[in-house]
Design a protein. Structure first.
Length: 197
């Protein structure tokens, strides 16, 4: 473990840097459209790659690639949140990615990222980078379809009965998809490991 110290420290410091300067001055990554890419890096390569490196002492290329789908679905949740806060952030001069791109473009971007999660996962299986266990994500496709349809509709004027996090809307839809799709992806990785696929 001692020989891994510098690399482990680099992972930790990179994660700390992005987490602190997400909103802290002077960088304020969130304020310059860099919060979403920062979350992608932290929840993907840094957390997944770093955890693998700490346990195994090395990082094969497939680990970096395997971090991408999960990072994608986590990032969709943040983009959904920033679309929900589009007006408030714009009024306060916080230039999140949705503020920079516009609400409609950001909604289409989020739909594209949700679809990309499946495309990237399938491509990794087809190229032999990941075992077929991760294809369990196919069971989340009906939920994806429902979320994509909801993203194509205007946000309701009032919360549905029993809806507890109003006025947030798009973040809830993205998280609804992420919870199942991301969970099935992780389960698929476990299946690959258990059955050595």
């Amino acid at each position: 473990m001692a020989g891994r110290g510098p690399a482990v420290a680099a992972f930790a410091l990179a994660g700390l840097f992005i987490s602190v300067f997400y909103v802290a001055p002077p960088l304020k990554l969130k304020h310059h459209g860099l919060g979403e890419p920062g979350v992608f890096v932290v929840w993907g390569p840094l957390m997944i790659g770093g955890t693998y490196y700490v346990t195994a002492g090395t990082i094969p290329s497939w680990v970096w690639l395997a971090s991408v789908p999960y990072a994608i679905v986590v990032t969709t949740v943040l983009i959904g949140k920033h679309v929900d806060k589009y007006e408030q952030d714009g009024a306060r001069g916080i230039h999140t990615l949705p503020v920079l791109l516009g609400k409609d473009v950001s909604l289409r971007l989020n739909q594209g990222l949700m679809i990309a999660f499946y495309v990237v996962t399938a491509a990794m299986v087809l190229t032999g980078r990941l075992g077929p266990g991760v294809l369990l994500v196919a069971f989340a496709l009906p939920r994806l379809w429902n979320v994509l349809k909801a993203y194509n509709q205007p946000k309701p004027d009032a919360p549905p009965k029993g809806y507890r996090i109003w006025p947030l809307w798009y973040v809830a839809l993205a998280f609804y998809h992420n919870r199942l799709a991301g969970g099935l992806f992780v389960l698929g990785l476990v299946v690959n490991a258990v059955f050595r696929l």
